[in-house]
Every structure is written in C-alpha cells, then in structure tokens.
Write a protein that binds this ligand. Structure first.
Ligand code: M6R
Length: 384
C-alpha cells in the first residue's frame, strides 16, 4: 500500500502509477504499521500506537511513463522500451568506462570477502538468477546457488556468514522473495537486492540495493524489467571479477564496451519485428513448444518458455539441450516446434546436434542465434 500526499489531498493506492497524475510524493507503509490520514497529511504509528517517522519518497518517473502512450497494450510498449531502459540501468553505474557500485552500497572490501552467492527469486526473476549463475561463476569465480523463493523460505538452507544473498525482484513485494530476504537477514548474512520499484519492501529491507531503471512495468508479463535485471547481474559479476582479481583491466574494459553495444542490438531485433510476427502467426496454433539450449542459453530458454505459456497459452518447456534425450524427447513429434538457442560458439555444435535429433522425430526447428551464424540455415527451418 502507498500513501500519496499533495497540497490538501491525501491518496491511498496499491501502486504508484494509480496516483502519479496527482502527486509524486509518496509514503510506503510497512507491515504492522498504521496511518492516520487527514487531507494533505499522514501520521504513522506502530501497533503500540507510538508515532513513527517516515521519509517521503519522490517518484522520479513521469505519469506518461505509466500510460500506454498510443500502444495497443502495455506489453508491446514495454518491449519497445528495452533499449532505453537497459541503457539507463547501465549508465546508472558506469562512470568513465568503469563500474561504480557506490550507489549500490557495496564496498570493494565487502566484495573481496564474499565466500559464495545465493540468489533467491521467483518466476522470471529466478530465470535471471539462473543466467547470472553462469556469469558470476565465469567472470568472478564465486560459487553461486540459485534458489526459488517459495522453496527457500520453507526449508533450512545452509548459509555461510561470509556469503551474500542476492534477491531479485521487479516489484520488490513478492512475498516469497521478501520472506527469503528476511530469513537471510535474521541469520546475519549480508543481502543485496536487485529491484525495480523504489521504496518497495525488498528495497527498504535489503542491506544494499541495485536499482534497475526499467520505469513502471505495468504488464503482468515482465519484459523490460527482466532485461534490466539481466544486465545488472552482468555488471555486478564483472565488477566482482575485477575487484577479486579474476579478470584483467583490459578484459574488463572490453566487456564494458561490449555491454554498451547491447541497447543497439536489442533495437536491431525490435526492428525485425514484422518478420518475428510473421513466424509467430505461422505457429500460433502449435500445441507444444520446446526451448533448448546449453549453459546460459538454457537459462534464457526458461524465460522464453515462461513467456510462451503466460502470453500465448501454449504448452512449452525449456530443456538443457543435452538433457532432452533422457526421456522427454519422446514428446517430440511431427510439427512440434523446437527453438534452439545458440548464442555461444563453444556450445554451438553440441546444441545443433540435439536439434537434429528432434528434427529426426518430425520437429520444426527454429534457430535463435547471433548475427552471422548462417550455417544454421542448413539445419533449422527458420532462423532469427
Ligand atoms: O516482482 P517480482 O520480480 O518479484 O515477481 C516475480 C514473478 O512473479 C515475476 O517475475 C513473474 O514470473 C513474471 N511477471 C512473469 O512474466
């Protein structure tokens, strides 16, 4: 719940966009807190009736950002916003071609002393965690465990006092993720939140916060916040790698340059949307879709598959490509759509061979790869 204040008027709403037209000054009310509202003023109390002081938060995004702006629906608007918001998220920590985590509240000393990372999240944010595991382990050589918030809170996970618990959440209010954060804090483990909504419960309670600058995400199906979360984990992993001496300065600079090309690359994909819409219409009536990939491509497939189910109401699964043959391949039949994700050169041939196994069972193959990998045309029926 939020409480908005302006001259002579007080608003109560469940989220910021509802009242943005009227005020940008809001209070976040927490659990076990009460508020007495009079026009233009709010006073807060704990359950004993003692007054508690709260800071007002000024919302930085505009009312227009939370409106459809002529698009048919919010999800399309938010997909198209990705280049801008990913750039804004990167620019919030890249200063003079270096990553500066001072706004996040993580010191170099703390980063050096982290023994391991536990990422806790739900849904798409958990998929970001699955991708982040590969990146952190690769760049910073820190062991990473990825946990579902809904599982973490109901068991007794082993947590090391020198570990770092990273909670990823767009809303900052997902109950299971919040409970996991509290559990970690109760056990004295340092917490870092990657959150989109300023002032949300997870942002308020975490020891350090990396804010994604996706702006308001109104569509229930996440798109732009997911992309911003993904890039945030890359930035963190890269900085951890440098500080812990796992990557050289030159390599670090090259990675930053590469990261800075991402917004334009996303734009290039968006510019190809007519072609993507064409293939989507061709497969609109498909019964099953399988996403296959290895390593980080598998993690990306998890999100693709969730979007397929959530938005298209089409049954879909994501598989680590090498795992398909251990039983699930029996579900691949004539016309099943298999989308192979092929973004890594070293795993390319391996995944292609798993795609070929699916083709032998009648699957229609789509290859999702980086520009220039034309050889995939020999195997896949459609390339994007
Ligand atoms: O707000 P959160 O990121 O914590 O939400 C977690 C999930 O509910 C969320 O990522 C969900 O899976 C997506 N909206 C699906 O598109």
């Amino acid at each position: 719940m939020i409480i908005g204040i302006t001259d002579g008027v007080t608003y109560v709403a469940s989220d910021v966009p509802a009242i943005l037209k009227y005020t940008k000054n809001v209070y976040y009310i927490g659990n076990h807190e009460m508020a007495k509202l009079v026009p233009g003023e709010a006073t807060f109390y704990n359950l004993d009736g003692d007054v508690i002081q709260k800071d007002i938060t000024e919302i930085t995004f505009s009312a227009e950002a939370a409106e459809k702006g002529g698009y048919e629906h919010f999800m399309m608007k938010e997909i198209l916003e990705q280049p801008d918001v990913v750039k804004a998220t990167m620019n919030s920590v890249i200063k003079d071609d270096k990553i500066d985590l001072s706004s996040v509240g993580l010191s170099d000393e703390e980063i050096k002393n982290i023994s391991n990372i536990t990422i806790v999240a739900c849904g798409s944010a958990w998929h970001v965690g699955m991708a982040a595991k590969y990146v952190f382990e690769d760049l910073a050589k820190i062991p990473v465990r990825v946990e579902l918030g809904s599982e973490f809170r109901y068991r007794k996970p082993l947590l090391d006092k020198n570990g770092l618990v990273v909670v990823i959440s767009q809303s900052g209010e997902t109950a299971d993720s919040l409970a996991a954060l509290r559990e970690a804090k109760d056990r004295g483990v340092k917490t870092l939140a990657i959150v989109n909504v300023v002032g949300s419960s997870i942002a308020r309670e975490a020891d350090s916060v990396f804010y994604t600058l996706a702006g308001p995400e109104i569509a229930v199906a996440t798109t732009k916040a997911y992309s911003c979360q993904l890039v945030s984990t890359y930035l963190l992993a890269l900085q951890f790698g440098l500080i812990r001496g796992e990557i050289e300065e030159v390599e670090y600079k090259n990675y930053i340059k590469e990261l800075q090309t991402i917004p334009d690359k996303i734009q290039r994909i968006i510019d190809d949307k007519e072609r993507i819409q064409w293939v989507a219409s061709k497969f609109a009536n498909v019964k099953d879709v399988f996403f296959v990939g290895r390593g980080i491509d598998y993690a990306i497939g998890l999100e693709g598959s969730l979007k397929m189910k959530e938005i298209s109401y089409v049954h879909s699964e994501a598989y680590a490509a090498g795992e398909l043959k251990h039983g699930t391949i029996s579900l691949i039949e004539d016309g099943t759509l298999v989308i192979g994700i092929l973004s890594q050169d070293d795993l390319y041939e391996k995944t292609v061979s798993n795609m070929v196994e699916c083709k032998a069972r009648g699957a229609y193959l789509m290859g999702l790869t980086t520009f220039g990998h034309y050889a995939i045309e020999d195997t896949a029926d459609f390339i994007t």
